[in-house]
Design a protein around this ligand. Structure first.
Ligand code: GLN
Length: 198
Protein backbone atom coordinates (compact mmCIF):
# COMPACT_ATOMS: atom_id res chain seq x y z
CA UNK A 1 0.00 0.00 0.00
CA UNK A 2 1.28 3.51 -0.71
CA UNK A 3 1.86 5.59 2.45
CA UNK A 4 -1.11 7.75 3.48
CA UNK A 5 -0.74 11.30 2.19
CA UNK A 6 -0.02 13.85 4.95
CA UNK A 7 -2.90 15.79 6.44
CA UNK A 8 -3.21 19.31 5.06
CA UNK A 9 -3.47 21.77 7.91
CA UNK A 10 -4.06 25.49 7.45
CA UNK A 11 -2.65 28.19 9.73
CA UNK A 12 -4.53 31.47 9.71
CA UNK A 13 -1.72 33.84 8.72
CA UNK A 14 -3.28 37.30 8.93
CA UNK A 15 -1.53 38.32 12.15
CA UNK A 16 0.20 36.84 15.20
CA UNK A 17 2.55 33.90 15.73
CA UNK A 18 1.51 31.70 12.83
CA UNK A 19 5.14 30.91 11.92
CA UNK A 20 5.73 28.99 15.18
CA UNK A 21 2.58 26.92 14.52
CA UNK A 22 3.73 26.23 10.98
CA UNK A 23 6.95 24.71 12.35
CA UNK A 24 5.19 22.68 15.07
CA UNK A 25 2.64 21.30 12.59
CA UNK A 26 5.38 20.37 10.12
CA UNK A 27 7.21 18.61 12.97
CA UNK A 28 4.15 16.41 13.63
CA UNK A 29 3.90 15.48 9.95
CA UNK A 30 1.35 17.95 8.56
CA UNK A 31 1.51 19.56 5.17
CA UNK A 32 1.01 23.20 6.19
CA UNK A 33 -0.90 25.83 4.22
CA UNK A 34 -0.88 29.51 5.21
CA UNK A 35 -4.44 30.80 5.01
CA UNK A 36 -5.12 34.43 4.11
CA UNK A 37 -8.18 34.09 1.87
CA UNK A 38 -11.41 32.09 1.97
CA UNK A 39 -10.35 30.14 -1.14
CA UNK A 40 -7.34 28.79 0.78
CA UNK A 41 -9.71 26.97 3.15
CA UNK A 42 -10.66 24.64 0.30
CA UNK A 43 -9.08 21.23 0.56
CA UNK A 44 -7.54 21.55 4.03
CA UNK A 45 -8.35 19.02 6.77
CA UNK A 46 -8.14 21.40 9.74
CA UNK A 47 -7.09 24.91 10.73
CA UNK A 48 -5.04 26.54 13.48
CA UNK A 49 -5.92 30.05 14.61
CA UNK A 50 -2.77 31.36 16.31
CA UNK A 51 -2.13 33.76 19.16
CA UNK A 52 -1.89 37.45 18.44
CA UNK A 53 -4.37 40.22 19.09
CA UNK A 54 -7.91 38.94 18.72
CA UNK A 55 -9.45 42.40 18.12
CA UNK A 56 -6.99 43.03 15.26
CA UNK A 57 -7.60 39.56 13.86
CA UNK A 58 -11.35 40.19 13.86
CA UNK A 59 -10.88 43.38 11.84
CA UNK A 60 -8.62 41.61 9.34
CA UNK A 61 -11.06 38.69 9.05
CA UNK A 62 -13.86 41.10 8.21
CA UNK A 63 -11.68 43.01 5.74
CA UNK A 64 -10.83 39.75 3.94
CA UNK A 65 -14.45 38.50 4.03
CA UNK A 66 -13.21 35.52 6.00
CA UNK A 67 -15.46 35.61 9.06
CA UNK A 68 -18.39 33.74 7.49
CA UNK A 69 -16.07 31.35 5.65
CA UNK A 70 -14.31 30.44 8.90
CA UNK A 71 -17.60 29.84 10.72
CA UNK A 72 -18.71 27.60 7.86
CA UNK A 73 -15.36 25.77 7.83
CA UNK A 74 -15.61 25.17 11.59
CA UNK A 75 -19.01 23.58 11.09
CA UNK A 76 -17.40 20.71 9.21
CA UNK A 77 -13.67 20.62 10.07
CA UNK A 78 -11.54 20.83 13.24
CA UNK A 79 -10.12 24.16 14.38
CA UNK A 80 -7.43 24.58 17.05
CA UNK A 81 -7.31 28.06 18.58
CA UNK A 82 -4.45 29.22 20.80
CA UNK A 83 -4.81 32.29 23.01
CA UNK A 84 -6.27 34.93 20.64
CA UNK A 85 -7.46 31.96 18.54
CA UNK A 86 -9.27 30.57 21.60
CA UNK A 87 -10.91 33.98 22.09
CA UNK A 88 -12.16 33.89 18.49
CA UNK A 89 -13.68 30.41 18.96
CA UNK A 90 -15.47 31.25 22.23
CA UNK A 91 -19.17 31.94 22.55
CA UNK A 92 -18.97 34.99 24.85
CA UNK A 93 -16.00 37.32 25.16
CA UNK A 94 -15.60 39.93 27.90
CA UNK A 95 -13.15 42.66 28.93
CA UNK A 96 -14.04 44.14 26.58
CA UNK A 97 -16.89 42.32 24.88
CA UNK A 98 -16.25 41.56 21.23
CA UNK A 99 -17.65 39.44 18.42
CA UNK A 100 -16.52 35.83 18.00
CA UNK A 101 -17.15 32.75 15.89
CA UNK A 102 -18.94 30.96 18.78
CA UNK A 103 -17.82 27.52 17.59
CA UNK A 104 -17.15 26.36 21.17
CA UNK A 105 -19.44 26.57 24.17
CA UNK A 106 -16.97 28.43 26.39
CA UNK A 107 -16.85 32.00 27.70
CA UNK A 108 -13.55 33.85 28.02
CA UNK A 109 -12.31 36.98 29.71
CA UNK A 110 -9.45 38.64 27.82
CA UNK A 111 -6.14 39.64 29.43
CA UNK A 112 -7.48 38.18 32.63
CA UNK A 113 -4.24 37.57 34.52
CA UNK A 114 -3.62 41.29 34.89
CA UNK A 115 -0.58 43.43 34.27
CA UNK A 116 1.69 42.00 36.97
CA UNK A 117 1.52 38.54 35.45
CA UNK A 118 1.31 39.45 31.79
CA UNK A 119 3.46 36.56 30.61
CA UNK A 120 5.03 33.51 32.23
CA UNK A 121 6.45 30.08 31.58
CA UNK A 122 5.07 27.51 33.99
CA UNK A 123 3.87 23.93 34.37
CA UNK A 124 0.24 22.94 34.07
CA UNK A 125 -1.53 19.78 35.19
CA UNK A 126 -3.26 17.67 32.56
CA UNK A 127 -6.17 15.29 33.00
CA UNK A 128 -5.10 11.59 32.83
CA UNK A 129 -6.90 11.37 29.52
CA UNK A 130 -4.42 13.80 27.94
CA UNK A 131 -1.46 11.48 28.64
CA UNK A 132 -3.48 8.45 27.55
CA UNK A 133 -4.31 10.05 24.21
CA UNK A 134 -0.79 11.38 23.69
CA UNK A 135 2.13 10.26 25.92
CA UNK A 136 3.34 10.76 29.48
CA UNK A 137 4.34 12.84 31.45
CA UNK A 138 1.11 14.15 32.88
CA UNK A 139 2.24 17.75 33.18
CA UNK A 140 3.00 20.16 30.40
CA UNK A 141 5.23 23.20 30.15
CA UNK A 142 3.07 26.18 29.22
CA UNK A 143 3.84 29.70 28.02
CA UNK A 144 1.14 32.27 28.78
CA UNK A 145 1.24 35.67 27.04
CA UNK A 146 -1.48 38.16 28.00
CA UNK A 147 -3.74 35.14 28.18
CA UNK A 148 -7.51 35.01 28.57
CA UNK A 149 -9.16 32.97 31.33
CA UNK A 150 -11.88 30.52 30.35
CA UNK A 151 -14.66 31.50 32.77
CA UNK A 152 -17.34 28.99 31.68
CA UNK A 153 -17.16 25.57 30.04
CA UNK A 154 -20.40 24.23 28.57
CA UNK A 155 -21.68 20.70 29.19
CA UNK A 156 -20.44 19.40 25.83
CA UNK A 157 -16.92 20.77 26.28
CA UNK A 158 -14.20 18.92 28.19
CA UNK A 159 -11.26 20.30 30.14
CA UNK A 160 -7.96 18.53 29.40
CA UNK A 161 -5.60 20.75 31.44
CA UNK A 162 -5.77 23.25 34.29
CA UNK A 163 -3.68 26.08 35.68
CA UNK A 164 -4.42 27.61 39.08
CA UNK A 165 -7.88 26.01 39.00
CA UNK A 166 -8.85 27.45 35.63
CA UNK A 167 -9.28 25.43 32.42
CA UNK A 168 -6.46 26.12 29.94
CA UNK A 169 -6.89 23.30 27.38
CA UNK A 170 -10.45 22.46 26.35
CA UNK A 171 -11.96 20.38 23.56
CA UNK A 172 -15.45 20.18 22.23
CA UNK A 173 -15.95 17.52 19.61
CA UNK A 174 -13.56 18.27 16.78
CA UNK A 175 -12.40 21.64 18.13
CA UNK A 176 -9.61 22.39 20.59
CA UNK A 177 -8.52 25.56 22.40
CA UNK A 178 -5.51 26.41 24.56
CA UNK A 179 -5.08 29.70 26.42
CA UNK A 180 -1.30 29.06 26.41
CA UNK A 181 1.11 28.67 23.49
CA UNK A 182 2.06 25.02 22.78
CA UNK A 183 3.77 26.18 19.60
CA UNK A 184 6.45 27.91 21.73
CA UNK A 185 7.68 24.83 23.64
CA UNK A 186 9.44 21.76 22.21
CA UNK A 187 6.75 19.37 23.56
CA UNK A 188 4.57 18.56 20.54
CA UNK A 189 1.81 16.62 22.32
CA UNK A 190 -0.89 19.29 22.01
CA UNK A 191 -0.32 19.53 18.26
CA UNK A 192 -0.33 15.72 18.08
CA UNK A 193 -3.67 15.70 19.88
CA UNK A 194 -5.06 18.13 17.31
CA UNK A 195 -3.71 16.00 14.45
CA UNK A 196 -5.53 12.99 15.94
CA UNK A 197 -8.83 14.85 15.35
CA UNK A 198 -8.29 15.28 11.60
N1 GLN B 1 -4.35 39.47 24.71
C1 GLN B 1 -4.64 38.97 23.39
C2 GLN B 1 -6.11 39.20 23.03
O1 GLN B 1 -6.86 39.58 23.84
C3 GLN B 1 -4.30 37.50 23.27
C4 GLN B 1 -2.82 37.29 23.51
C5 GLN B 1 -2.22 36.14 22.78
O2 GLN B 1 -2.77 35.61 21.81
N2 GLN B 1 -1.04 35.78 23.19
O3 GLN B 1 -6.48 39.00 21.93
Amino acid sequence: MPPASPKRVGVLALQGDFEAHRKALAAVGASVVEVRTAAQLDGIDGLVIPGGESSTMLKLLDAENLTGALAEFGGRRPIFGTCAGAILLAKEVTRPAQASLALMDIDVERNAYGRQLDSRVTHIATEPEFGERTRPPSDLEAVFIRAPIIRRVGADARVLAWYQGDPVLVEQGKHLVATFHPELTPDLRVHELFMSKL
